[in-house]
Design a protein. Structure first.
Length: 119
């Protein structure tokens, strides 16, 4: 069977497997082809279900894949792991459990740059 990477609008398509966490430590494993949009949906509670019910908003881990089959396989694998193993995976990449999407969509500012916009 021939597997090729997906293409969207002339660009290679990336699939994301990610882990979110709530303030109380609830973990959620998901998959998407639009990571920025999907994480924003989780943060705004615009998706009915588990993440809205348990307020799972903070992105603490992700992996990227060029083939959807590989991403689905990995998502299923992670969902089957015990909590302790997921925590170990998160802490390898993100030992402080920082929200990796905290500043997505915000304007970047550099040291010495004024806070007011210039015309």
């Amino acid at each position: 069977m021939l597997i090729s990477s997906a293409v969207r609008d002339g660009f290679d398509y990336t699939f994301w497997v990610y882990i979110l966490v709530s303030r109380t430590g609830t973990l959620y494993v998901g998959i998407t082809g639009y990571i920025d949009r999907r994480i924003a949906q989780h943060k705004m509670d615009s998706i009915e279900g588990f993440t809205k019910k348990y307020k799972v908003h903070r992105l603490v881990y992700y992996e990227t894949y060029g083939h959807v089959q590989n991403a689905i396989r990995r998502e299923k694998q992670l969902k089957g792991w015990r909590r302790e193993k997921k925590i170990g995976l998160i802490e390898k990449m993100n030992p402080r459990w920082q929200d990796l999407a905290e500043n997505w969509g915000r304007e970047m500012r550099f040291r010495g740059q004024p806070l007011v916009r210039t015309p």
